[in-house]
Design a protein around this ligand. Structure first.
Ligand code: FMN
Length: 544
């Protein structure tokens, strides 16, 4: 095992919450060093983006369709504004007792938002006359122009990509999360990247576009491209990933791209100085170590051959406007313990979490699904309460069967549609155990169901390398994003759960070792509204 892989696995073990001891955190909230809510680049020229209020189109269901009929939007200032407005923008302001705070389309653990977003584009009608790299400023829904790039550099960058491609990059400021959560925060940052990936892939689909992860560039090259490679210290942005976004169906064949051109980026006239987020920072050495060990080298990943099924699972359609649903998405802070979910809605929700070849958001990545869902079913009409497993990659069936508790039933519910690999493992009340495993949070027991996301862990890390570690969480975050939206579409509410006792879930399933690891939890149910909170629109104060 390489020393980097050892570092990653040691980090993972050390940051498990255990019944007897939580992962190492700051102990108490140090309000004096609470990070600023927004990163900005002082001195960078700004471009105001359009606000395009949501209407009825496109319908929520059409965005997930494998044979989407959504018209392909032309690439201009309006469509770029809408892409960001529907994925990374603010969705509302909340206030209580004289304090107000923003919420965003993409959720984040503790609402701390470590994920920063960058647009890299060529000349775009009504937006810019030359190629540029911009930091997205969600507070104002504006672009901060970090640098204009010569046309020949841009052309080389996108030479092998479809016509009308734009690039979106993500970075993370780990300090935002470690300030509150300590050593486990690196995991939460990666889950947040996954949510952001899901949000962008769906917003692109709503414009008739498609998003693909450019998985060859190394972290060094991404850092250079996004202009963050010279940042240092606790508040530095660490490059995560890069997406190509282009008209749906424009890409045929393999994504190959040459990134040597970014070597020339050092000499460009970068503008803007990153703001200081906290007056002082606490170092979390283990986070720096895992971030370093999981940096990606430049390589075309050698993912196992796997083709996502092309057919959609036949489930009853839902209703509603996609753009309204993404804006009303919120996390439930309490569940009512009584609402139940109709069976058809449950199956539709599960079907949306499974990769299909042309269905967003999972068509964004090229690796075979590595996450399966362990379901704690409490209140789904017509389905026995109990512990279930949804396989997201059928190839794991036999191995999982051999790995888990021999007493499990492995019964497919008679009502389960073709194409969904759902199994009842044990028909029993799982309310108390779901709550206990999720750090005693009642929301895991008082919803309709909760989920533990079980990753195939050691094999992909050993076969592909430690750089795959963050990607395990990205897949979980994308699943979480779909669950949030499906819950809203069903008139219910979801909440991501980053706090859980890892090995307690493994123990419940009878799993030992680290072939499989539990990486994220989620709950869906009828929310109890907090009446003390007032809600204000996201950009009502912005000058027109
Ligand atoms: C990765 C992740 C982990 C989270 N973990 C928890 C949790 O353990 N408990 C909880 O009540 N909420 C949790 N949340 C919900 C966040 O606190 C919530 O997303 C955030 O406050 C923003 O609110 P919003 O989702 O309504 O926009 C989590 C969210 C994410 C994305």
């Amino acid at each position: 095992m390489s020393s980097q892989l050892e570092t990653v696995i040691a980090y993972h073990e050390a940051t498990k919450h255990r019944f007897e001891k939580y992962a190492r955190g700051p102990g108490r909230m140090d309000w004096a060093t609470q990070p600023e809510a927004f990163r900005c680049y002082a001195g960078a020229p700004r471009i105001q983006l359009d606000i395009d209020p949501p209407g009825d189109d496109p319908s929520y269901d059409s965005v997930f369709s494998c044979n989407s009929e959504i018209a392909v939007a032309s690439l201009d200032s309006r469509s770029i504004s809408r892409l960001l407005y529907d994925s990374m923008a603010l969705s509302a302001w909340k206030s209580a007792d004289g304090v107000s705070w923003p919420l965003r389309i993409n959720p984040s653990s503790g609402n701390l938002h470590p994920t920063e977003c960058y647009l890299v584009c060529g000349a775009v009608a009504d937006l810019c006359t030359s190629p540029m790299i911009c930091h997205y400023a969600p507070k104002e829904h504006e672009l901060e122009v970090r640098v204009e790039i010569p046309c020949q550099i841009w052309e080389k960058l996108v030479k092998e990509l479809p016509d009308k491609t734009i690039l979106l990059g993500f970075t993370s400021i780990h300090w935002r999360e470690s300030w509150k959560y300590g050593e486990r925060a690196y995991r939460y940052c990666q889950l947040d990247v996954g949510h952001a990936l899901g949000a962008v892939a769906l917003a692109a689909a709503a414009l008739g576009w498609e998003a693909k992860l450019l998985d060859a560039p190394g972290s060094d090259q991404l850092g250079k491209l996004l202009g963050v490679d010279s940042q240092a210290g606790a508040e530095a942005e660490v490059p995560d990933c890069l997406l190509a976004i282009f008209p749906r169906g424009a890409m045929t064949g393999h994504l190959s791209h040459n990134f040597d051109i970014v070597e020339q980026f050092d000499g460009l006239p970068w503008q803007g100085i990153p703001n200081r987020l906290s007056s002082s920072n606490r170092d979390w050495e283990r986070i720096d170590q895992v971030a370093q060990a999981s940096r990606k080298p430049f390589l075309y990943p050698d993912y196992p051959l796997w083709e996502a099924p092309a057919d959609e699972v036949h489930v009853t359609a839902g209703s509603g406007s996609f753009r309204r649903i993404i804006r009303q998405r919120r996390s439930a802070v309490a569940m009512d313990g009584i609402s139940s979910m109709p069976l058809v809605t449950f199956y539709r929700l599960l079907a949306r979490t499974v990769a299909r070849s042309a269905m967003p958001p999972f068509n964004l990545v090229a690796w075979p699904p590595v996450i399966d869902l362990v379901l704690f079913v409490h209140r789904v009409d017509g389905l026995a309460p109990g512990l279930y497993l949804l396989l997201r990659n059928r190839e794991r069936l036999e191995e999982l069967r051999k790995s888990v508790d021999v007493e499990f039933l492995w019964q497919r519910p008679a009502s389960c549609p073709e194409g969904l690999d759902l199994y009842l493992l044990s028909a029993t009340d799982v309310g108390a155990v779901a709550m206990e495993i999720s750090c005693y949070q009642d929301i895991a027991a008082e919803g309709c169901f909760s989920i533990g996301m079980l990753a195939e862990f050691s094999r992909p890390l050993e076969n592909l390398g430690p750089w795959f570690y963050p990607r395990l969480f990205w897949e979980c975050g994308m699943i979480g994003q779909v669950l949030y939206l499906e819950a809203e579409a069903a008139g219910l509410r979801g909440t991501g759960i980053g706090c859980f006792f890892d090995d307690a879930l493994h123990g419940l399933l009878g799993l030992g070792g680290n072939c499989y690891q539990d990486l994220y939890h989620f709950t869906v149910g009828g929310a109890v509204e907090d009446k003390r909170l007032a809600t204000m629109p996201a950009y009502s104060m912005r000058p027109k």
